[in-house]
Design a protein around this ligand. Structure first.
Ligand code: ZN
Ligand code: ZN
Length: 277
C-alpha cells in the first residue's frame, strides 16, 4: 500500500542557524502516490529539493506557517515551480493570515502576484479543516512572535495522523491539537533550561509528548543553542522522560509513514525515495 514519505530537507531554525546554515532551512517535503506537499520552504528549499531529486514542479501544495524568513523565503519560487513556470494554474497555497496579508508585525511574505498563481489559496486559521486529496488537514494553534502562526495536522485515511507544530511556545491546551497523532514533529528551537519567548524548549516538548503519547516524536527546526547542546542528547531526554521513541531530525532524514513508522537517518541523497517521484 502506498505510504507517505516525509523528507527533512532542512532541520535548522531561527536566525543564527539560518544565516550560518549550520543546519539547512529548506523545510519538509511530504509525498504519497497522489500528493506532493512542501511544508515551510525556508532559504534553500528550491536548491535542496532539486539536489534530492525532488522535482518542485510536481508539488501539489505549499504550506507556510508564518511570516518569518526561515519558513517562507523560497515560497515564491516554489509557487513558480508548482505552476510550471507560471504557465499553469495549479496547486494549493496554504498560508497563515500574516503570510498572505501582512499584519502589525510583518508585511505579506508572498507577493500578490504569486498568490494568484495557484489554483487555490487557503488562509489557514486555527481549528480550520480542509481536505487535500484523501488527507484531512486541520490547522492547529501556535503562540509565537507572529501572532498568526499556525501548525498543521494531517489525517490520512489509512494510516492515521502526523503533525507539525511550527514555531510556538508551550501553552495550556496545546496538546489537545495533537491528541491521537502517530507521529509528532515539534519545532524545538531551544534546549532544556534555555527558554525563549515564543519558542519551545526540550522541556516543553516533553510536556506535549507526555500528554499526547504519539508512536514517534521528532525534534526539528533546531536553533543554534540547541545544535550546540546536542539535539540527539535532547531527544534522548524526551524519550527517557516519556517512554516515547524520539529522534532529533538530521538534514536528509526520511520517515516512511505507513502501517509502521520507519526512520532513516543515514540515507544518502536520492536514496530510498519512492518510485512515484
Ligand atoms: Zn522558525
Ligand atoms: Zn518564527
Amino acid at each position: 500500500m502506498p505510504q507517505f514519505e516525509i523528507l527533512f530537507l532542512g532541520t535548522g531554525g531561527g536566525r543564527f542557524a539560518t544565516i550560518t546554515q549550520k543546519r539547512r532551512t529548506a523545510g519538509i517535503r511530504i509525498i504519497s502516490n497522489s500528493l506532493n506537499m512542501h511544508l515551510d520552504p525556508g532559504p534553500g528549499a528550491l536548491v535542496h529539493s532539486i539536489n534530492e531529486g525532488l522535482d518542485p514542479q510536481k508539488l501539489d501544495a505549499i504550506f507556510v506557517s508564518h511570516c518569518h524568513p526561515d519558513h517562507y523565503t523560497d515560497a515564491e519560487v516554489l509557487i513558480e515551480a508548482m505552476t510550471r513556470g507560471t504557465t499553469k494554474k495549479r496547486g494549493v497555497l496554504v498560508a497563515a493570515k500574516s503570510v498572505l496579508n501582512g499584519s502589525n508585525t510583518c508585511e505579506a511574505s508572498i507577493s500578490k502576484y504569486h498568490q494568484q498563481m495557484p489554483e487555490q489559496k487557503i488562509e489557514a486559521v486555527p481549528n480550520m479543516k480542509f481536505q487535500m486529496d484523501d488527507v484531512n488537514v486541520s490547522v492547529t494553534e501556535a503562540r509565537h512572535t507572529d501572532p498568526d502562526t499556525v501548525g498543521f495536522r494531517f489525517e490520512t485515511q489509512e494510516f492515521g495522523g502526523f503533525a507539525y507544530t511550527s514555531d510556538t511556545e508551550y501553552f495550556e491546551g496545546i496538546s489537545r491539537y495533537y491528541e491521537g497523532v502517530r507521529l509528532l514533529m515539534l519545532c524545538v528551537m531551544r534546549p532544556t533550561g534555555k527558554p525563549w519567548k515564543g519558542h519551545m524548549t526540550t522541556n516543553d516538548a516533553i510536556k506535549i509528548v507526555e500528554a499526547t503519547r504519539p508512536e514517534h516524536a521528532v525534534l526539528t527546526h533546531l536553533g543554534m543553542q540547541m545544535i550546540f547542546a546536542g539535539p540527539a542528547k535532547e531527544a534522548k531526554l524526551v524519550e527517557e522522560k516519556t517512554g516515547v521513541p524520539t529522534v532529533a531530525a538530521v538534514d536528509g532524514m526520511l520517515i516512511n509513514f505507513g502501517e509502521t513508522i520507519k526512520i532513516q537517518t543515514n540515507r544518502k541523497t536520492r536514496q530510498g525515495l519512492n518510485k512515484f517521484l
